[in-house]
Design a protein around this ligand. Structure first.
Ligand code: ATP
Ligand code: MG
Length: 435
């Protein structure tokens, strides 16, 4: 589990605000669910034989003797909340969520025990076009952020009967080659053979290249549906590869499953994963409702944005990481000056300026050095003399915009007319000074 320090949270906030804007434009509404749920929700929702439920959950017994789990993903909780509050009887729901998730995994680059996801869920949507729409929202967001080397992989897992038929075929094929399987996969042969397709074991992956594919065993209806999804993606001009072994790490998917990867990430190349889960809502006690969604790993996204910014210093990813220095640094020294500076700082902030108040009481020279280092555009200097005169010196430090160039010289400013000062420092700041 890692801390996010100010240098990182600054970038996170920019990315999160871009995501929020994309969600707003897509008519998605935010839902916030608790970090803690009863364990049974995930056991039933995600599937007992998945890695997530089998060995990655943070579960404990609480003081009321209930088994609780820190959420390992968002979909089960969103569905639980939608069912519990009757949202589905109000019509289709277009939702997004974000926040920390917990999985007891082996920590490595792009893989943590507490990580963050943002995700989208469309509940009550059955059309193949909604599969493409939900993918397009993720694709547009990642492209807009400037993520490079994006690739979309899709597969169809069909309907439950397709998977049942395929399971038998796959098990027979793998049983004939059981000596070539890793231990984990051998166990799964009895519990959840489709999960073997998701194995990260290189030898097993190589073997699977020859295995029968789910896609070729789909019934005609599932095939047609998949064709519609592909048509819609082509209409959106979103390029995709078909990956017949893509099953995702959670058991609730049927029909479309997809992942978005970036070649800028090493081993953990998947930034975003999702798919259709028409059976889940019914399984969790709600009315039978088709649904589709995805989740995007924030840590991996930040890694890929860093790599993209390095690869293209003029691209959008690089622009996201630029800093936001204060408009004005308040240099102040002496008892009455320091009191006045505090009051001024609050008034200027209320007027929309970003103001950093030096609180050190150090010599003017030292304060100026700090003002310079923080990148502020202006310094406002207040000492005892200035307090007496009701005037302060405004000094240009870094030039930012050409708009301010006519005001780039040092100047004196009456402190009883703050609106003039606000206008010089930041011509765009709303000068609604409180009295
Ligand atoms: P992986 O195959 O990489 O383990 P997954 O199939 O378990 O991924 P999902 O449950 O679909 O992943 O989660 C969606 C996204 O959340 C992933 O694509 C990834 O970006 C991110 N993610 C999942 N697990 C972690 C983790 N432990 N640390 C950081 N990010 C993660
Ligand atoms: Mg995983």
């Amino acid at each position: 589990m890692v801390d996010l320090l100010p240098e990182q949270t600054r970038h996170w906030q920019v990315v999160e605000s871009v995501a929020r804007e994309h969600f707003r434009r897509a008519g998605l509404q935010e839902i916030r669910t608790p970090l803690l749920e009863v364990t049974d929700l995930f056991a039933r929702g995600i599937g007992e034989a998945t890695d997530v439920v089998g060995k990655e959950m943070y579960s404990f017994v609480d003081r009321g003797d209930r088994s609780c789990t820190l959420r390992p993903e968002g979909t089960a909780s969103v569905v639980r909340a939608a069912v519990q509050h009757g949202l589905l009887s109000q019509g289709p729901q277009r939702l997004w969520y974000g926040g920390p998730m917990f999985r007891y995994e082996r920590p490595q680059a792009g893989r943590q025990r507490q990580f963050h996801q943002i995700g989208v869920e469309l509940l009550g949507f059955s059309s193949p076009r909604s599969d493409a729409e939900v993918i397009a929202v993720a694709w547009a967001l990642l492209a807009d952020l400037g993520v490079q080397g994006l690739a979309l992989e899709i597969n169809s897992l069909g309907i439950p009967e397709d998977r049942k038929r395929y399971r038998a075929e796959l098990v027979a094929w793998l049983e004939a080659r059981i000596d070539q399987l890793d231990d984990d996969s051998r166990q799964r042969l009895a519990t959840n053979p489709l999960r073997i397709l998701d194995s990260k074991h290189p030898q097993t992956q190589a073997l699977l290249e020859q295995a029968p594919t789910l896609l070729s065993t789909l019934c005609e209806e599932s095939q047609e549906r998949f064709a519609e999804v592909k048509l819609a993606l082509s209409a959106l001009e979103i390029p995709f590869h078909i990956n017949t072994r893509l099953v995702r790490g959670l058991d609730y998917y049927g029909h479309t499953a997809f992942e978005i990867t970036s070649d800028q990430l090493g081993a953990q190349a998947t930034v975003c994963g999702g798919g259709r889960y028409d059976g889940l809502i019914d399984q969790l006690g709600g009315p039978s409702t088709p649904a589709i969604g995805w989740a995007l790993g924030m840590e991996r996204l930040m890694l890929v944005l860093e790599a993209s910014a390095d690869a293209d210093p003029d691209g959008s990813a690089a622009r996201l990481t630029t800093t936001n220095p204060p408009d004005l640094y308040l240099v102040n020294r002496g008892e009455s000056a320091e009191r006045l500076a505090l009051v001024l700082a609050q008034k200027l902030r209320a007027a929309g300026l970003v103001v950093e108040l030096d609180g050190s009481g150090a010599a003017f020279g030292k304060q100026f050095k700090r003002a310079d280092r923080c990148g502020a555009s202006w310094a406002l200097v207040i000492g005892e003399d200035e307090v007496e005169r009701g005037e302060a010196q405004l000094k240009r430090l870094h030039s930012v915009s050409s708009e301010a160039s006519d005001a780039s010289k040092d100047q004196l400013h009456r402190l009883d007319d703050l609106s003039g000062l606000v206008h010089v420092v930041n011509p765009l700041a709303p000068s609604n000074l409180p009295r």
